[in-house]
Unconditional design. Structure first.
Length: 473
């Protein structure tokens, strides 16, 4: 694993662990808080409902108290029952009246129960409902007492838990009561739970969002660091490539000078010495022409071989660093290079016609630019001569206001550029040409098919560029 990836993991993993721990802690605390809130709300709600029921019963008691004081006849009792039947609060809020033996005297929501003895009535849990209500009423007396029991809710006809409040009317022997159904309370508590769960989910969404933003921030910083490092590395590699190319060209120039000024001069000196020796032998031994055979033989003689060696040294010296490039400029060097390749193609290969055309206003180029374009042309013509089987190569050197383009086209058989790039043993020359252009902030493009290949090298001209009087020869 790379060091930079390890650093990113060391930055991201603790952050994710910390956020996960925070999320779990907040989740647990949120559940506990929701539970405590539910308990507090339930207790407060029940307390408020108990107080509300107490007030309702007190109000009902106050309503029938004058009738109790007026007399104990049946008409007063009936009037009291009618008055209580009309007192309602809410959709399911009503009063009920039983005698102390469990007989129902008034029930506005379930009139079918009126007159029935419900002393032995039991709920779904087996509890004696009326007996428990009467017991609580006797225990509370006129002050009343709260009791929980199960009863059918009129609006839904379902048996639910009910919070009741009952008192005893001693003069008439009645149990007066009312109550509220607690399913509404349970629904409110369910809504509280749902709100708490929604808050917890919202908290998790926030934590996930923060985690995503943090990870994206870490990734962005890592990406920015990588891009910055890559740019610096590319700049350093480009600088190293330029230095390498410059050092290669400097070494080529040094070797060229050594060959031209050193070995070539020595060989020419040897040639002159042999020619002087030949003339002396010719005057001193005119009757022995065979004495000059090894020196003066047209093919294979010492002078002939020496001339070949001098020519080869000069050719190698020129290939290493053409003096025309330094003396007359790039167009003249390219034209001379084209003539050399046209001559080289005469040995067993189809004749190659090389033509150079210069457009625009020629300017003096830095050595690195001229050398790079010369080497690209040299490599391109070499490939045309060896692989393309072409008969024509057209070179166009176009000077622009801010750039320079060199286009080389041939009528050869072409090649598959993708296939050449995939084979590590091929395309070294193409990669070298690309690297030379890239080192100078230029580019190199290819277009090849069965009708031929077109190569275009582009370089931005350095500013300022000094015009020169050099023209196309």
């Amino acid at each position: 694993m790379k060091l930079r990836l390890k650093i990113l993991l060391l930055a991201a993993v603790p952050l994710l662990v910390a956020l996960a721990a925070i999320a779990v802690a907040v989740y647990v605390q949120g559940l506990q808080l929701a539970q405590r809130e539910k308990q507090v709300v339930e207790s407060a709600w029940l307390a408020s409902k108990e107080s509300e029921l107490r007030h309702y019963v007190s109000l009902a008691y106050s309503a029938v108290a004058p009738l109790q004081e007026a007399g104990d006849d049946e008409a007063a009792r009936q009037r009291a029952l009618e008055l209580l039947a009309q007192m309602e609060f809410g959709h399911d809020g009503y009063f009920f009246v039983y005698d102390l033996q469990g007989k129902n005297l008034m029930h506005p929501r379930q009139p079918e129960l009126v007159g029935q003895d419900l002393w032995n009535l039991r709920d779904t849990h087996g509890q004696a409902v009326i007996q428990n209500l009467l017991t609580a009423a006797r225990r509370g007396g006129q002050q009343g007492e709260v009791v929980h029991y199960l009863w059918e809710k009129p609006s839904t006809h379902q048996t639910v838990e009910k919070l009741g409040y009952v008192v005893v009317l001693d003069r008439w022997g009645w149990m007066l009561g009312t109550g509220i159904y607690l399913d509404d309370v349970e629904q409110a508590l369910v809504r509280i739970d749902a709100a708490a769960q929604a808050n917890i989910r919202s908290m998790f969404a926030w934590v996930a969002g923060i985690a995503a933003v943090a990870i994206l921030g870490v990734a962005a910083c890592g990406l920015a660091l990588n891009i910055s490092d890559h740019r610096q590395s590319d700049a350093k590699l480009r600088l190293m490539a330029q230095q390498l190319v410059r050092s290669q060209e400097d070494e080529r120039a040094r070797l060229s000078r050594e060959l031209h000024d050193g070995i070539s001069q020595v060989l020419v000196s040897i040639k002159l010495s042999l020619e002087a020796a030949r003339e002396r032998l010719r005057h001193s031994l005119p009757e022995q022409p065979q004495a000059l055979a090894h020196i003066d033989r047209p093919l294979g003689g010492a002078l002939d071989r020496l001339n070949s060696a001098v020519g080869e040294v000069r050719r190698i010296s020129h290939n290493l660093r053409p003096t025309l490039l330094d003396d007359l400029g790039l167009p003249a060097a390219l034209e001379h290079l084209g003539r050399e390749f046209a001559i080289a193609s005469a040995d067993g290969a189809p004749p190659l016609a090389v033509r150079l055309r210069t457009t625009g206003r020629p300017v003096k180029l830095p050595d690195a630019y001229a050398t790079a374009l010369f080497r690209v042309t040299q490599e391109a013509l070499t490939n045309i001569l060896r692989h393309a089987g072409a008969t024509r190569a057209d070179m166009t050197l176009a000077y622009g206001a801010h750039d320079l383009r060199l286009t080389i086209s041939d009528d050869g058989c072409g090649f598959d550029f993708a296939e050449v790039q995939q084979d590590p043993r091929r395309g070294i020359g193409l990669r070298n040409m690309r690297e030379r252009m890239s080192a100078l902030s230029g580019n190199l493009t290819f277009h090849s098919n069965a009708q031929g290949t077109t190569l275009q090298a582009w370089l931005p001209l350095p500013a300022p560029a000094t015009p020169t009087a050099t023209t196309q020869a």
